[in-house]
Design a binder for this molecule. Sequence first.
Ligand code: NDP
Length: 333
Amino acid sequence: SVRWGLIGASTIARQFMINAIRAQDDGEVVAVMSSGAERAKAYAGENGIARAVSSLDALLSSDIDAVYISTTNELHLEQGLAAIKAGKHVLCEKPLALTSADARKLVAGAKKAGIVFGTNHHLRNAGAHRAMREAIAAGRIGKPIAARVFHSVFLPENLQGWRITKPEAGGGVVLDITVHDADTLRFVLGDDPVEISAFTQSAGMAGGGLEDGAMCIWRFKSGVIAQSHEGFTTKFVGTGFEVHGSDGSLIATNVMTQKPVGSVLLRTAGGEEELTFDREDLYTRSLRQFHAAIRGEGQPSATGEDGIWSLASAEAALQSAKTGKAVNIDPQL
Ligand code: NDP
């Protein structure tokens, strides 16, 4: 079995990841670490976790094989390096760190230690996105020309904390959502971005100089251009993902989400077709791949390198917004 320790008594672990671990034949949640002892105990109690600790050392010296890091973003680096040093496999939340240089330290450390390291980019695990990737790879839209990502949401009240108040914790919509769009574009297109131009805004929710809305324009290696919209402040908008090619268009609706929902339409000269796809929980699939990787079978669905790519893209978007210039994306891999 794979015995997991949770670093961070977070919302995402409570809502999705504890269940995803327990959904595996061989997954156990053994311990949780919070920076507050009382909070650790309460969280462990509410979620049926046997061991509650309030220090990283205590967590890492527990009888565990792997850690899931879902603390605020400025903590991922230090906690990740400590877990790697302790020989634990690491599934780390996005963004892997505050800079791509720091993310490279994590990935290099993991490689040297011979442990499995993954980035929790859930959207790669969505049936909708896998169906789009397969359709494109099979040539069903001909040569891809352009993509559009609609990923502006309303940040739920219970999450209106560090994301909109703390630059030092890696707040802001670009590190929160643009990273996912970078990863999903790379996955669906099977292509890497080379350049980005971005406008950001503070539309009334985020303080501390943080952005709560972004519009990005991307150029990919193949020549595909893309646009993406990320936001925290739009209450009545839906999400979507489109790829338009020489012989067809893929139009996916309600797919930039944590749930296995939405639809994918393929439109060609032959007419319209709804693609069918599997509706497995995204995080459960991610965990299954991670467990397989621990057994030496394949890779996590999003690797450390994928996490470096998404963070390097977000970094370039922020730099573009600041300078008013298009910026090259270079993960230095
Ligand atoms: P939360 O704000 O819920 O948790 C982050 C930290 O905040 C926790 O580790 C905890 O610290 C502290 N905290 C949380 N709730 C409370 C509370 N009520 N009182 C005091 N402290 C609290 O963040 P999220 O779960 O939304 O995000 C965590 C990480 O996961 C981020 O890196 C984020 O980017 C990522 N994420 C990824 C998603 C995905 O789908 N891949 C989706 C959502 C988030 P402590 O542990 O010290 O108690």
